[in-house]
Design a protein around this ligand. Sequence first.
Ligand code: CUA
Length: 344
Amino acid sequence: MSLKYARFAGATGVRIGTVAVAAFVTQSCSGLQSPLNPGGDLADRIDHLFWIFFAITAVVWLLVIIAMFSGLRRKPPRPDPLALQPDAERRMGVTVASAAGTTAAILIALTLYSFFATRGFGVIPGNALRISVIGNQWWWEVQYQGANPAGQFTTANEIHVPIGRPVSLTLNSRDVIHSFWVPNLAGKMDLIPGRTNILNFTPTRAGIYRGQCAEYCGLQHAHMALLVVVEQPNEFDAWRANELADAPTPSDPEVSRGMAVFTADGCAGCHTIRGTGAGGMLGPDLTHVGRRRTVAAGTLPNSRGNLQAWIADPQGIKPGAKMPRLDLSGPDLQAVTNYIAGLK
Ligand code: CUA
């Protein structure tokens, strides 16, 4: 390798390294799916915990490296191997004992700090917004609890919560173990069949935060995402009022035909659309699916084109998904898509 090329390669390597580090830092510290960009109280505590661990362990690492290099550079005198050196031995003993003591003290302090950091989050506040989240292969069922049945509704893959009000999630699974992880808001919590786990947090900053199933749960584990929309209380109330309502009845004859195809051609066997004859329980509730931001649990952005592609061939987009390909005719596919896209 010529010197010129070596310099070029070195400079390029440094540049690539800088870009990679910068990308890592910006990605991990500011993303819509990052524990280092907290939007809630629990994530805030975890963020502090991370930086304190990082700072203390970085200082320890630096001190160890400095000690090692100064030890390597020192040229010790060559003493008589048989001579006793009580002073030097005592100093060495004190150094080793204090290093071991400091290590133990740091470990105990960090353990206590991490213990107390998330303590108290197991208690459900009285005014908490209670939401039941049920893991399914490979989507999230979201049931908003209310004081009475009139205040309850079911949606999927997108959770809305108001800023400042505590949220209590009850986590369950209908099939295998999944894990709920929205890093900007809280730590991970598993959804386990036959067991109920609770996750409490209070959102503190408006935004749309992405969550991802964090426990391998089968073929489409990677396509099991969700969004949490943290919004102003009045925006949340408007969203909730709309979700509580039945699906709008289409007036356009073409859209009405889509509704008829949906109800007659198998879709209704798995999906519920409140206010219609469709009452299936196997797939996501589609009553207001047109307002959600994604299709197929975060797999595609919600657009008319993506909806149609998904209905036409779910197995092509998410192989192994429980939704079968129905082989609708072209006009039926168009009509159903128009109907579904209009469920706002
Ligand atoms: Cu559900 Cu991984």
